[in-house]
Design a protein around this ligand. Structure first.
Ligand code: ADP
Length: 408
């Protein structure tokens, strides 16, 4: 089955074309070939397309791309010689209370994703643009599947998903902790399972997805039972440009003092805070590590705050899970920075988490889907790095959904 995966961000589009095996719904589909992978960046203006196709290798091109439909068309110009797409899998950020699993997209599903823009104004419009763009280009006969970032967290128990707000007010406005990055956390757990041979049934995991956006999830028996992002992806860890946790009174206080609307303060919390805000320099961890080496104190402190918050959450999740079998690192920082991993785990020997310095140093730039153990032999809480592969996860979900429909 030829599956096209589209992962649409506000100004970007990641594309993967995979050949997936046919099989029964319960069988785990694994891609047999990657026919194409690429990314369009800068949608809405002068954009670049980085593409790598089977046989032809990598290429990079630039042109004006006004919207997601044009971006998809541009990618499709390179698909001519490739096999026909049989199904499309889309990443959709917010599935609200309704979508606990991936679904085949029909008019009703589209309307619900659209209605969820109210809850996810920064994210769902891009997902919708990707779906509409693909329909413009491919027509409505090719089946399409929505794979939601919130779905993995549907298993959060009431005490993990509820804010202590007046009940009636919270339910009228659908305010609860939804959790995000679900595709990433599910694929980190799947990568750990594939590497260790675990079925996940008896395992307690803490998965740390550390990229530009950062989140941590406690997983018991393969299910998310606690996660750091909440009503929006702003809650939790210190991120590239997001503050993560803070006292909500700061919003009205700053709004009054700076004479701006609350929504403007929220924009500062989303776009100008985190590593960028604290360092006053950049949200890029590589640059911060280099600056800290060169004795930039604010850069060094931003890194310290980042690691401290992650360790604090790890401690909390050890309590939630009653210890853990493994900690799993993923995302650009989690996959590639041994220093940050070591600093997050520093002083955690009390719970049995002991990194092996050599293994930790060696576990960088793993191939997509690759994994490595970075803890010492015999550590009671093991640690792993998994190069999570969201596009492959979306493809698997897409195939699973189509097989289930065909089996009905
Ligand atoms: P996104 O959340 O946008 O997908 P990524 O997962 O690509 O982001 O992560 C981007 C972050 O990973 C940036 O802060 C980048 O500096 C960091 N990163 C990538 N490679 C390294 C590295 N070798 N050392 C430290 N940080 C790295």
């Amino acid at each position: 089955m030829i599956v096209l995966v589209l992962n649409s961000g506000s100004s970007s589009l990641k594309v993967r074309l995979l050949d997936m095996p046919e099989g029964a719904p319960q069988e785990e589909p694994k891609p047999t070939r990657t026919l194409l992978s690429g990314v369009v960046k800068g949608i809405g203006g002068k954009s670049t397309l980085e593409l790598s196709t089977e046989g032809e290798g990598a290429s990079k091109k630039t042109q004006l791309v006004p919207d997601h439909s044009s971006a998809i068309r541009w990618v499709f110009e390179h698909l001519n010689a490739l096999p026909q797409v049989e199904v499309v899998g889309h990443r959709v950020v917010h599935g609200g209370e309704r979508f606990s699993q991936s679904v085949i997209i029909d008019e009703a599903v589209l309307a619900e994703i659209e209605a969820l823009i109210e809850l996810a104004p920064l994210h769902n419009p891009a997902s919708l643009a990707g779906i509409r763009g693909a329909r413009d280009v491919m027509g409505s006969t090719v089946p399409m599947v929505a794979v939601f970032d919130t779905a993995f967290h549907h298993s959060l128990p009431p005490s993990a998903r509820t804010y202590a707000l007046p009940h009636e007010l919270a339910s009228r406005h659908r305010i609860r902790r939804y959790g995000f990055h679900g595709i990433a956390h599910a694929s980190l757990a799947a990568g750990y399972a594939a590497f260790t041979g675990s079925t996940l049934k008896a395992d307690r995991l803490i998965t740390l997805q550390l990229g530009n956006g950062c989140s941590v999830t406690a997983i018991a028996g393969g299910k998310s039972i606690e996660t750091s992002m909440g009503f929006t992806p702003l809650e939790g860890l210190v991120m590239g440009t997001r503050s993560g946790d803070l006292d909500p009174s700061i919003v009205s206080y700053l709004s009054e003092r700076e004479k701006v609307e609350a929504i403007e303060v929220e924009r500062w919390l989303n776009e100008q805070s985190g590593l960028l805000g604290v360092s006053g320099r950049t949200n890029d961890m590589r640059e911060l590590e280099a600056a800290a080496q060169a004795h930039d104190e604010r850069a060094a402190f931003a890194i310290e705050l980042f690691c401290y918050r992650a360790r604090k959450y790890m401690g909390a999740y050890l309590a939630v899970l009653g210890s853990a079998d493994a900690i799993v690192f993923g995302g650009g920082i989690g996959e590639n920075s041994p220093t940050i991993r070591a600093r997050i785990c520093a002083g955690m020997e009390w719970c049995g988490l002991r990194l092996d310095a050599e293994r930790n140093k060696a576990a960088v730039r793993l191939p997509p889907g690759g994994a490595a153990r970075i803890s010492q032999d015999g550590a009671t809480v093991a640690a792993y790095v998994v190069a999570d592969d969201e596009e492959t996860w979306i493809a698997r979900e897409t195939v699973r959904c189509v097989r289930l429909k065909d089996a009905v």
